[in-house]
Design a protein. Sequence first.
Length: 212
Amino acid sequence: MEILNNISQALQKGKAKDVKAMVQEAVDAGVSAEKVLNEGLLAGMNIIGVKFKNNEVYVPDVLIAARAMKAGTEILKPILVEDGVQAAGKAVLGTVKGDLHDIGKNLVGMMLEGKGIEVIDVGTDVAAEDFVSAAVDNEAQLICCSALLTTTMGEMKNVVEAAEAAGIRDKVTIMVGGAPVNDAFAKSIGADIYTPDAASAAEAALDAIKNA
């Protein structure tokens, strides 16, 4: 459908106003909100995710594409709720205690939303217990922890232990990432998934939800 392709193209170029107008046009023409979301907005964000992974686009491009997606989803949200369309899943996302970096976290959040996952962003400098209580309160399937400092990455182990103590460890997938983090570290603390970049994180998150 041409309008959906046009929405995807405009989103990739970060044209928020055009995206908003075309989403409204598609809805007015009787295209279902779910179809507009999946085949227009999410399709465009997926392409941006792949290009970002391949270094064909950069962080600013992702930010303006995400802003365009937000403009489109604002129109769709009330309709999707009315139609009873559920998000693919829910992820609690934050930077661990003692760490105030948020660029990587925000980028992952946008990529997760680009996969149709609802993001509960708990912010920066987040205590292990707060990650866990947010996951419990929102019935989230994922806890995603970011750290940019070698001095704070140890906090991720506390998140894993807090999830165990709360009795939800078998119900949540714990993902970790950030500059000092690697796969060996993730395994050593008992986390489930490590990814090197935001686009891979979103793909792994969606796989984890589907296979849960």
